[in-house]
Unconditional design. Structure first.
Lengths: 613, 345
C-alpha cells in the first residue's frame, strides 16, 4: 500500500498532480514546519481533526449562548434581560428581546447545532482523527481533499457568522427554512440578505461534507492495514463508514433543495411558490408547491438525524467496551442494526409531514417504516446494557458520558414512537413535545457521544490527559442540566404549547405553564454554565495537563500503538499488522484484561478459543 | 455592567484553576497512586448512578402527578377521545420499556464497578438473546402500528366521503378568517388575484355559490355536527391547530387541505368540565409564519345547533346585498366586482 505521507505539507496540493508517493518512511520528526504549513495548509488528518473540533467548540458555545437568551425570554417574558443590549445591540434594546430576532436566534441555534456542531464537529473531528489511526493508514486517501473539506467548513462557518450581523437580521424561518416564508423578504425581514447568506453557507457546508465523506469511505475501503478485514474494524469505523455513505447520498438532495430555493428567491422561478398574495399585491409565481421543498429537505433531514447520531453511537460502543473491560456485546448485531437504521432512514422522511396535507395513505406508509426504526434501535440499547452486565467498569469521564448517551437514547427514542404514529402526531406535532424529543434523542445523545469521544481521545490528540475530577463535575451537571431542561418540555407539549412562539402571554390557557418554563430555563442555565468547566478543562489540559502514556486506557485498537508525539504518517517504521478483532477485553486465560489487535494468536496460546482459528 | 461580566468570567476561571490544582495536589497526596484515585472515583460515580436513577424516577413520578391538572382537558371531539385512548395505551407500553431499560442500565453501572481482583465476563455473542430482543420489540411495535394506522384511517377517511358542514379557514399573516357555506352548503371558489380590501379572501363573485357565503372572525361550530375544515393560506404556510379538539392541519398556499371532525362538547360544557368559568377554546397558528406568529390565533366557540343557527344569521355576507347593507359597502362591492372581472380576464 502506498500512501502519500505528505512530508512537505505545504506542497501537498501538488503531490497528487505529480503522482508521486513517498511510501513508507522512517523519519519521526517534522522538518521545515512553520505556522502556515503546520496550521493553515496542513493535510495531516490529526491536525484537521483538531481544526474541526476547535471550530465546533466555538460554534457550540455560540449556539448555546443563543439558546440561553431565548430560554430567558420564554421563562420571563416581561422581565428585562441584563446586558442584552450590550450583547446583541439593537435586537435587545433596553433588555427586551426583539420578536423577530427571537426567531432568528431559534433558527441559527438549530442550524449551528445540527450542522456545524453535530455534523461537522462530530464527524469532522472523529472521522478524521480515528479513521487512519484505527484502520492502520498513514493518512486519509486524499489529504488535500481533506484539507479542503475543513476549509469549506471554516468558510461556511464564517458566512454563517457574517449573516448574524446584517442589517435586516439573519435567517429566521426556523432551521428547516420552509418556503414561502424563507423565499419572501416581504414575509419576514430575515428572509432578505440573511437568508441568502444562510443558503450560501449551506452550499459550502454541503461541499465540505461531501469532500469529507468521499474521503472517509475511500480510506476505510482501500487503506486498511494487513489483517484489518471489515469484520475486525472497531465499531467506531463502521459508524463513520455508514455515516459517510448516508451523507454522500443525502446531502446532494439538500443542495438541490437549496438551489431551487435560490432560484425562486432570486430568478423568479416557481418551484415552491404558487397563489401568493402578500404586501397588498398578488405575486406572479404559479404552479409551484411548498410541499416539494419539504420532501426534498426531509429526504436529507431524516438521514441527517442518523448522520448526527451514528458517530456518537460508534464512539460510545468503543468507550463502553474499553471501560467496561468487556467485549461489546453482539458486534455483528451492532453493525447489522446500524445498516438497517441507515437503510430505513432514507424511507421515513414523511413522518415530518403528517399534517402538511400529504396524502394520508402515504402517511400510513411512513408510519410503518418509521416505527420499524425502533427495532434495530432497541437491539442496540439491549446490546449496550448487556455489555455493562458483569463488566468491570472503570468510571472515567468518557464512560459516564457513554452511559449518559444510552440513557438519553432510550428516553428520546421512546417518545419518537408517539411522534412516528401519525394519529398521535396530530396533536403534538410542532409542539414542545417535539422539541423535547429531538433534543433528548438527537441533541443530548450526540453531544454525550461527542464528549465521550473528546475525553477518551484527548490524549491521542494532544498527548496530555484531561483533568478527571473536573470531567466528573462536568458530566453530572450536564446530565442533570439536560434532563432538567428537556424532560419537563414533554409536559408543555402535551398541554398543547406550540414551539417557536416568542411569548405565551396572550393565551390565558397557557398561564399555568409558566412555572414549567421557569424550571426549564433554570436547568438550561445550570447545564450551560457546566460547559465552561469543560471549556476550561479542555484548553487548560492542552497546555498543562498531565503527560499521557502511549495507551492510557489499556485499549486494543491501533491508534494506541502509535507514539504519543504526532508525526506525519502516524507510525515510525512499518504500519502495524492486525491479527484479531478489537474487543478482546477480559478474555479468560490472558495475563492482562486486554489483548491489542496487533498481538497474533500464536503469542496467546493460553487464551485462544477454538472459535479463534 | 460590562466590567461585572468580565469580573465574573475572570473569577470563574480562577475558581476552575484552583479546582484543577486542588485535584492535582490531592492526587499527589494520595501517594500519586492513580489506581487508588480511580478506585475512589469508581465508588463515587457508581453511587451517583444509583442515586440518579432513584432520584430521577421519584422526580419523574412527582412531576407527572403534579402537572397532570395542567395537561389538556378531555377531548372536545369524537376522534380526539379515540386519540387519547390510543395515546394512553402507547404510554403504558413505553413506560414499561422505559423503566426496564433505565433501571437495568443504571443498576448495572452501579453494580459492576471495577474490581482489580475480578475479570469481566467474556461474553460477546448470544444468538438466542439477540433473537429475543429483536422479536419482542417487533411484536409490540406491530401491534402499535396496527392500532395507530386504524385510528389514522378512521380520522382521515372521513375527509373523502362525508358531506359535512363546510367551513373554510383562511389564513394570512397574522390572522384567520372563517367562511361558512350558507344555505347552498357549498363554498364558492376563490382566486388570490381577486383579493382586495373588501374581498380579503378573494371569493369569486361569479360563482353561483358565492351569494350566500358568510365570513366571520370567530369560529363558531354546532355541537354534534360533522365539521369539514377547508383550509387555505394566501401567503406563507400556517397551521390550523385546535389542541382541545386534537385537530391540526397545515394551511399551504397554492393548495387546499382538509380536516374533518365532530365537536362533542359546547364551550359551556367544557367550562363545567374544567371548573373554569372563563375557559375558551382557541385556534392557534402552529407553523412559524413570521414575526407575529406567536400572536396569530382565532377565538373558537362550540354551541348548541339552535344557537349556532341564530348566530349564523347575524353574520355578514361575503358580498353584502345592495339595499340591505349600507351605501358605502355596496359601492365597495361594485368596485370589487370590477376588479374581479379584470382579474379573471
Amino acid at each position: 500500500m502506498e500512501v502519500n505521507p505528505n512530508k512537505h505539507i505545504a506542497h501537498s496540493a501538488h503531490a497528487d498532480a505529480h503522482g508521486h508517493a513517498h511510501g513508507h518512511h522512517d523519519h519521526d520528526h517534522d522538518h521545515d514546519d512553520n505556522f502556515w504549513s503546520k496550521y493553515i495548509f496542513t493535510t495531516d488528518h490529526k491536525m484537521i481533526a483538531k481544526q474541526f473540533l476547535n471550530t465546533a467548540i466555538f460554534m457550540a458555545f455560540l449556539a448555546m449562548f443563543m439558546s440561553l437568551i431565548f430560554r430567558m425570554q420564554l421563562a420571563w417574558p416581561d422581565a428585562k434581560i441584563p446586558f442584552l443590549q450590550d450583547m446583541i445591540g439593537k435586537w435587545g434594546k433596553d433588555g427586551k428581546l426583539d420578536p423577530g430576532f427571537y426567531l432568528a436566534l431559534v433558527t441559527i441555534h438549530g442550524t449551528i447545532m445540527v450542522f456545524f456542531v453535530l455534523t461537522g464537529g462530530l464527524s469532522g473531528t472523529f472521522s478524521n482523527l480515528l479513521i487512519p489511526l484505527q484502520v492502520g493508514a498513514r493518512d486519509m486517501a486524499s489529504g488535500f481533499l481533506n484539507a479542503l473539506s475543513f476549509w469549506f467548513f471554516a468558510l461556511s462557518s464564517v458566512v454563517m457568522l457574517v449573516s448574524l450581523g446584517v442589517e435586516s437580521g439573519p435567517a429566521s424561518g426556523g432551521w428547516t427554512v420552509y418556503p414561502p416564508l424563507s423565499a419572501l423578504p416581504q414575509a419576514i425581514p430575515g428572509s432578505g440578505l440573511g437568508m441568502t447568506l444562510w443558503l450560501v453557507s449551506m452550499v459550502f457546508f454541503i461541499a465540505s461534507s461531501l469532500l469529507g465523506g468521499i474521503n472517509y469511505i475511500s480510506t476505510i475501503l482501500n487503506l486498511r492495514t494487513k489483517g484489518m478485514s471489515m469484520t475486525r474494524l472497531p465499531l467506531t469505523i463502521w459508524a463513520f463508514f455508514i455515516t459517510a455513505i448516508l451523507g454522500v447520498l443525502s446531502f446532494p438532495v439538500l443542495l438541490a433543495a437549496a438551489l431551487l430555493l435560490v432560484f425562486d428567491r432570486s430568478f423568479g422561478t416557481s418551484f415552491y411558490l404558487s397563489d401568493i398574495f402578500i404586501d397588498g399585491a398578488p405575486l406572479d409565481h404559479a404552479g409551484g408547491s411548498p410541499i416539494l421543498y419539504q420532501h426534498l429537505f426531509w429526504f436529507l433531514g431524516h438521514p441527517e438525524v442518523y448522520i448526527v447520531l451514528l458517530p456518537a453511537l460508534g464512539l460510545t460502543s468503543e468507550v463502553i467496551s474499553v471501560n467496561a473491560r468487556k467485549p461489546i456485546f453482539g458486534y455483528k448485531a451492532m453493525i447489522g442494526s446500524m445498516l438497517v437504521i441507515a437503510f430505513l432512514s432514507f424511507i421515513v422522511w414523511g413522518h415530518h409531514m403528517f399534517v402538511t396535507g400529504m396524502n394520508p395513505f402515504l402517511g400510513s406508509v411512513f408510519v410503518f417504516t418509521t416505527l420499524l426504526v425502533a427495532i434495530p434501535s432497541a437491539v442496540k440499547v439491549f446490546n449496550y446494557i448487556t455489555t455493562l452486565w458483569r463488566g468491570n467498569i472503570q468510571f472515567t469521564p468518557q464512560m459516564l458520558f457513554g452511559i449518559g448517551l444510552v440513557s438519553t437514547f432510550i428516553t428520546g427514542g421512546l417518545t419518537g414512537i408517539i411522534l412516528g404514529d401519525s394519529a398521535l402526531d396530530i396533536n403534538v406535532h410542532d409542539t414542545y413535545f417535539v422539541v423535547a424529543h429531538f433534543h433528548i434523542v438527537m441533541g443530548s445523545s450526540a453531544i454525550f457521544g461527542m464528549f465521550a469521544g473528546v475525553y477518551h481521545w484527548f490524549p491521542r490528540m494532544y498527548g496530555r490527559m484531561m483533568n478527571k475530577p473536573l470531567g466528573y463535575i462536568h458530566f453530572w451537571l450536564t446530565l442533570i442540566g439536560l434532563y432538567g431542561t428537556f424532560f419537563p418540555m414533554h409536559f408543555l407539549g402535551l398541554a398543547g404549547l406550540p414551539r417557536r412562539y416568542y411569548a405565551f402571554t396572550s393565551y390565558e390557557a397557557f398561564d399555568t405553564l409558566i412555572n414549567i418554563n421557569h424550571i426549564v430555563t433554570v436547568f438550561a442555565i445550570i447545564g450551560g454554565l457546566a460547559q465552561f468547566i469543560f471549556l476550561f478543562n479542555f484548553y487548560y489540559s492542552i497546555k498543562y495537563g498531565k503527560k499521557s502514556v502511549q495507551n492510557p486506557w489499556k485499549s486494543n485498537t491501533l491508534e494506541w500503538t502509535a507514539p504519543v508525539e504526532h508525526l506525519h504518517g502516524n507510525w515510525p517504521g512499518a504500519i502495524p499488522e492486525v491479527h484479531r478483532w478489537p474487543y478482546d477485553y477480559g478474555k479468560p486465560g490472558a495475563p492482562d484484561d486486554f489483548i491489542p489487535q496487533t498481538v497474533p494468536f500464536s503469542e496467546t496460546p493460553e487464551s485462544n478459543t477454538p472459535h479463534d482459528h | 455592567m460590562n466590567i461585572l461580566l468580565i469580573l465574573a468570567v475572570v473569577f470563574g476561571t480562577l475558581v476552575l484553576v484552583r479546582l484543577a490544582n486542588v485535584a492535582a495536589i490531592a492526587s499527589k497526596l494520595s501517594g500519586e497512586n492513580e489506581e487508588a484515585e480511580q478506585e475512589s472515583a469508581n465508588r463515587w460515580n457508581s453511587i451517583g448512578m444509583l442515586t440518579f436513577l432513584i432520584v430521577g424516577l421519584i422526580t419523574m413520578f412527582y412531576l407527572i402527578n403534579a402537572y397532570a391538572p395542567l395537561m389538556l382537558p378531555v377531548s372536545a371531539s369524537e376522534h380526539g377521545v379515540a386519540i387519547d385512548e390510543l395515546m394512553n395505551i402507547n404510554w403504558i407500553v413505553l413506560f414499561i420499556t422505559f423503566l426496564i431499560t433505565q433501571i437495568l442500565l443504571f443498576f448495572f453501572a452501579f453494580k459492576y464497578k471495577f474490581n482489580k481482583n475480578r475479570r469481566s465476563f467474556y461474553f460477546h455473542d448470544n444468538n438466542k438473546l439477540e433473537a429475543i430482543w429483536t422479536v419482542i420489540p417487533t411484536i409490540v411495535l406491530a401491534s402499535l402500528i396496527v392500532t395507530g394506522l386504524q385510528e389514522w384511517n378512521d380520522i382521515t377517511n372521513k375527509s373523502d366521503k362525508m358531506e359535512g358542514l363546510k367551513i373554510q379557514i383562511y389564513a394570512k399573516q397574522f390572522d384567520f378568517t372563517a367562511r361558512y357555506a350558507g344555505d347552498d352548503k357549498n363554498l364558492a371558489r376563490t382566486n388570490f388575484r381577486l383579493i382586495n380590501d373588501v374581498n380579503p379572501l378573494g371569493v369569486d363573485s361569479l360563482d353561483k355559490y358565492a351569494a350566500d357565503d358568510i365570513i366571520s372572525k370567530e369560529l363558531v361550530m354546532p355541537k354534534g355536527a360533522e365539521i369539514e375544515l377547508v383550509i387555505n393560506s394566501r401567503d406563507v404556510i400556517h397551521s390550523v391547530y385546535l389542541p382541545h379538539f386534537r385537530v391540526q392541519m397545515n394551511a399551504v398556499p397554492g393548495m387546499t387541505t382538509r380536516f374533518s371532525f365532530k365537536p362533542t362538547m359546547t364551550t359551556a360544557e367544557m367550562q363545567k368540565e374544567t371548573k373554569n368559568p372563563k375557559f375558551e377554546y382557541v385556534m392557534l397558528c402552529n407553523k412559524v409564519c413570521g414575526v407575529a406568529h406567536y400572536n396569530m390565533k382565532m377565538p373558537v366557540r362550540v354551541v348548541e345547533m339552535a344557537e349556532y343557527q341564530e348566530w349564523l344569521k347575524a353574520q355578514p355576507l361575503v358580498f353584502p346585498v345592495a339595499g340591505e347593507s349600507t351605501a358605502g359597502a355596496s359601492t365597495a362591492t361594485a368596485e370589487a366586482s370590477a376588479t374581479m372581472t379584470s382579474g379573471t380576464n
